[in-house]
Design a protein around this ligand. Sequence first.
Ligand code: NAD
Length: 358
Amino acid sequence: MSSYKITVIRGDGIGPEIVDEAIKVLDAVSHSKDFEINYEDALLGGVAYDVTGEPLPKETLEKISNSDAVLFGAIGGEQWDNLPRELRPETGLLKLRKEMGVYANIRPVKVYDELVKASTLKEEVIRGVDLIVVRELIGGIYFGEPKGREGNKAFNTMVYSIPEIERIAHKAFQIAMKRNKRVCSVDKANVLDVSQLWRETVEEVAKEYSEVTLSHMYIDNAAMQLIRNPKQFDVILTGNIFGDILSDEASMLSGSIGLLPSASIGEKQGLYEPIHGSAPDIAGTGIANPIATISSASMMLKYALGEKEASECIDWAIAQALKDGYRTKDMSQYDAKEICSTSEMGSIIANYVGKCKK
Ligand code: NAD
């Protein structure tokens, strides 16, 4: 029987509630597919600062280095907002991504048929949307030097090297090869030198993937096209800041931020987390939607552990729960037959997993 070791980072706000449900579903699927997952808890974010004085304790990195993957909830909250920047929860998360070398953030955006009415966009625009944003995660303007303040000025630097662009481009093309073989690279090459290098490098990498059709789009146009006609996209490849904005925009196609998962991967362990934050406004009320985290656990099974059937079973179970009308409060106005709590939704999906025939 295969056995895996997962580092579990619950974090702040709704983090612990949603991660508990993902573990419930993982336990169900590992039981039915006959593999074992051992979990080890680690601290990150505000809770880590409260306990250890640091948002990313060394112990967390040590635990991760001994595991197969990391399942993560979310961090952050008002009570830590006035700390110096290096002690804030968000700094802990940025450092964690950098330390883990997870340079590729993969965000699938799929619109469930049952929830087409949940989007603010017209049904005919979003029915059938199935795209993936591949965002560079540990370079670009969020990390570039120099940065800082000088007198009445403040500055950040957007910098990418050819190897950084190459590795994320390869990731996007490899993903496209398993899908509809289309990559749209998004940049601002009409204005930025760094985007010109991005475009040239992506063109070079594309030569190794002759079956994939490459197109380019400026970020301002891409932001518009994503709303106008999202079905034109298969894989969107882009840098850190453009990807941050585009993927949040893309998340709204699905109707709730509580639905969308992500995988951040590099050469070693990957980090699997929902795209949303710690939602302090609803923490502890039992209404958070756990599907984004459960779906992230499914990505972890597929990408990190190679348990493809188990991953498919979770995806099937989520779709089945939605089809049968189970909704958490954020989706409650759309064809709901039953409104569930966070924990009820986890149990319902875990129950469907047991019925999966894959
Ligand atoms: P957020 O994503 O936490 O919440 C935005 C809105 O969406 C809120 O109204 C919230 O209630 C709702 N929401 C989010 N997830 C939900 C879910 N699963 N089910 C139902 N509703 C959900 O963003 P925010 O309010 O801008 O930030 C709150 C905190 O989270 C901040 O401290 C921020 O820095 C942090 N944050 C963390 C991450 C992360 O850990 N990866 C990402 C973004 C923001």
